[in-house]
Design a protein around this ligand. Structure first.
Ligand code: HEM
Length: 106
């Protein structure tokens, strides 16, 4: 998918996660978010269009997505432990990661 489509998927899945009322729905939303985050690593944002794939900036962009995946996994762990309310508190960190990376790359 394009980066744009992956970002829309991440945003929709994040909203679905926050609205979820059971572990199944929460997990399925987090899984969608995770797949779109990993797929985003195969794109380069427009801001970095002229940077080579191995450049420090492109690596920093990919590291931001890895950080998002790590936080998704932490959140998923709480869902799997049947702690949906706590998972939603943890999931707010996803927005901090978004904000930091949007500042740099969007
Ligand atoms: C929960 C986390 C995140 C959410 C909800 C989110 C959501 C979005 C949304 C809604 C857009 C605008 C899409 C559009 O209309 O074009 C966008 C764009 C973008 N996001 Fe994210 N994002 C998240 C995390 C990240 C992370 C971690 C990175 C980078 C490491 C990132 C990089 C970008 C970039 C580069 C764009 C501009 C895309 C382009 O070139 O068109 N985002 N994001």
């Amino acid at each position: 998918a394009t980066l744009h489509d992956n970002m829309v998927t991440i945003a929709t899945a994040y909203a679905d996660f926050n609205k979820s009322t059971n572990a199944n729905d929460a997990s399925s939303a987090l899984t969608k978010m995770r797949m779109a985050a990993l797929d985003s690593k195969t794109s380069k944002p427009n801001k970095l269009k002229n940077q080579p794939d191995h450049s420090a900036d492109v690596k920093a962009y990919q590291a931001g997505l890895d950080q998002l995946v790590a936080e998704i996994d932490k959140t998923s762990g709480l869902v799997k432990a049947n702690q949906l309310a706590q998972a939603k508190v943890e999931g707010k960190n996803l927005l901090n990661i978004r904000n930091e990376n949007h500042k740099k790359f969007k």
